[in-house]
Design a binder for this molecule. Sequence first.
Ligand code: NCD
Length: 331
Amino acid sequence: MTWSRRHVLATDDWSRDEIELVLQQSEAMLEVLARPMRRTPALRGRTVVLFFAEASTRTRISFELAAKALSADTSIITASGSSIEKGETLFDTVRTLEALGADIVVMRHGAAGAPYFVAERVSSAVINAGDGWHAHPTQGLLDALTLRTSLGALEGKRIVIVGDVLHSRVARSDIHTLVPLGARITLSGPATLMPSAWRCGQLPAGVAFEEDVDRALDGADAVIALRLQRERMDAGLLPSLREYALTWGLSEVRVARMRPGAPVLHPGPMNEGIEIEAAVAHGPRSLIERQVTNGVAVRMALLHLLSTTPGAPAARGGGEADRREGKEVAA
Ligand code: NCD
């Protein structure tokens, strides 16, 4: 399997082999991160611009650490304090980024589809770090890596995703990454926080909906709790936060319905006491910190792979010698 993608926008059209390739490379990057000297020269001389027009802590820092571990030059542009506040269009901002020499643009944006708009118009490679409600491909991949490390092969495993699926780009990207790897997904949460077609039974292959979270968790292999995306909610979708916590929040009693030792994941940031109790978030089943470390490895793998795409600008100038050097990184 050779990598040929110029951008990472969503995993909904990826083959299982492509997902496997990224996971294998991420495992190699985890080994790099475990070394005393956590830096390799694979992206030396390349510029990675982190363009974050929406709030982010872990995703932004994780991409920054990943780019630095590969020796890339990085610049960060956030919405506040940049020309976006002065009304500059998305297109003009990104043209400016390209003029500044960005080989790879990592972007987070509140509008679904924004990274596609940019990818069609610039020569830089684009990685989607979350676009509106639509997709968050690197989160899907890091969740797959985390689950695979804990559970082994995901074939036939049943993963519960609980909470605000309607507003969650994480849920969508998890489905698009885990189902091709053979996992089955059970979505759970209030019907008002499910896409209407899914609530009515028109679900993608490999996905089921069970409103009762206790039934969903019975015998499950893992659970991913989602944040209640209150900034994206219209009023009236939930009776109250307290009722949500009681009915769908992950408590110790609830998670004990899963298979013994079945892990708990959450993309962060968490509303502790609402979608997840502190004792679960920080308890023995929690892989939430591991997700953060794995996130750096997945982003290193993707940055590196994009720099090897034949003919891509991110691979410019480096030529075969650099590509060989890059291969050694993951070897
Ligand atoms: C998620 C996001 O921003 O989509 N967080 C993340 O990337 N770590 C989930 C969320 O905000 O709830």
